[in-house]
Design a binder for this molecule. Structure first.
Ligand code: GDP
Ligand code: MG
Length: 162
């Protein structure tokens, strides 16, 4: 069974950009993986020696109403079925209340969570990401999904135990 990696975070942080980088639009054969539902977007990825399933989610921000509630439910379900959670934040936008709400949920789960600061291209990333330590999730992994930067290092670390 391949490990399942969920991409979560508030809308617009770059989850789908990372998903597309990881999968290069290869769709996972969800039917081959008992326990996965068709409701979410799955892809299959092979990076170096790691093969895994990636789950994209619509986004979650802790204040959902209406249709957004469904998106948030998807994100919670994706976290639930994942072996590893990549929690994306936006290094350019900085820390938001939505990030805080997601972090609070993740801290209550028994999951391997990697805090990933995306959009670190073209900024002073080391100083920009400092404020995310307040989320209480430990180390911050810097990537620029749109530039394909930092991704293989992140995956090597996140999937090392599998
Ligand atoms: P999602 O809502 O979390 O799935 O976010 P998307 O993947 O749709 O990306 C939201 C916006 O951020 C898009 O305009 C992307 O082009 C942009 N974006 C994603 N990754 C990066 C990055 O590494 N650097 C920059 N500068 N922009 C990015
Ligand atoms: Mg998206």
């Amino acid at each position: 069974m391949m490990p399942v990696v969920a991409l979560v975070g508030r809308p617009n942080v770059g989850k789908s950009t990372l998903f597309n980088r990881l999968t290069r639009t290869r769709d996972a054969l969800v039917a081959d993986f008992p326990g996965l539902t068709r409701d979410r977007k799955y892809g299959q990825s092979k990076l170096g020696e790691h093969e895994f399933i990636v789950v994209d989610t619509g986004g979650i921000d802790g204040t959902e109403e209406g249709i957004e509630t469904k998106m948030a439910e998807q994100s919670l379900a994706a976290i639930d079925e994942a072996d590893v959670v990549l929690f994306l934040v936006d290094a350019r936008a900085g820390l938001t209340a939505a990030d805080q709400a997601i972090a609070q949920h993740l801290r209550s789960q028994q999951k391997d969570v990697f805090l990933v600061a995306n959009k670190t291209d073209g900024i002073d990333a080391d100083s920009a990401v400092g404020e995310f330590y307040a989320l209480g999730l430990g180390e911050i992994y810097q990537i620029a999904a749109a530039q394909n930067r930092g991704i293989s290092q992140l995956i090597n670390l996140a999937l090392e135990p599998f």
